[in-house]
Design a protein around this ligand. Structure first.
Ligand code: SIN
Ligand code: FE2
Length: 212
């Protein structure tokens, strides 16, 4: 039996229908992070210390989502490539710590999805204005692929595309609403995925990873 991470056991969150394996080792925890108020507030706290910024791909193209990070390291991209940085390159200061409410959610979600103990060391926060999206890619800059990815939608809904281990064919389309958590790991850990433009308003995505 699993439970809502903020409010303890309640009937809605322990409904087994809320846990859906949408593809092998890709698990949707519908509404698991709802209500999202404490998470929304924590995004404000992190981004006050490490502001959202528009990173460029190694090829020089600006990414449409604005990003920031918290944790022991933060995902970063510029002409030197995709990587994890121990400090925020824009200030030289360490990234803000992962808020306790984030860490509790990430651990509870990985466990609820069947991936056991998860101790992320970084959380990437993406902010999507209505015109922003993310093309197909896989999360491959981490050292530890034995750990899952925990991905949380805040703000507004968007359609997430799951391609699987090859970036071709027609992807599975998963509509993610605020408070939905998607977890992938095991053989799916290096699966290709993308996200479409938010359905009006600003969408935030938290991606928890064990990078180091
Ligand atoms: C990502 O893959 O980095 C973001 C996915 C999302 O925004 O849902
Ligand atoms: Fe990703």
């Amino acid at each position: 039996m699993w439970s809502n991470f903020l409010q303890g056991p309640i009937s809605l969150r322990s409904d087994p229908l809320s846990v859906i394996e949408v593809a092998p080792e890709v698990v949707l925890l519908h509404g698991f992070a709802a209500p999202t108020d404490a998470l929304d507030a924590a995004v404000e706290v992190v981004s006050a210390a490490a502001p959202f910024r528009q990173l460029k791909t190694p090829g020089g193209r600006p990414m449409s989502a604005f990003m920031t990070s918290c944790g022991a390291c933060g995902w970063y991209s510029d002409a030197r490539g995709y990587r994890y940085e121990p400090a925020d390159p824009s200030t030289g200061k360490p990234w803000p710590a992962i808020p306790a409410v984030f860490a509790a959610l990430a651990r509870a979600a990985a466990d609820a999805a069947g991936f056991g103990v998860f101790e992320p060391d970084t959380c990437l926060i993406n902010r999507y204005v209505p015109s922003a999206q993310m093309g197909a890619h896989r999360d491959a800059d981490e050292r530890d692929f034995s750990q899952p990815i925990v991905s949380v939608t805040l703000g507004t809904a968007a359609t997430f595309l799951w391609y699987g281990l090859e970036r071709r064919g027609s992807p599975l389309r998963i509509r993610l609403f605020p408070g939905d958590v998607l977890v992938w790991g095991g053989a799916a850990r290096k699966g290709y995925h993308a996200v479409q433009k938010p359905e009006g308003g600003t969408r935030y995505n938290l991606t928890f990873r064990k990078a180091l």
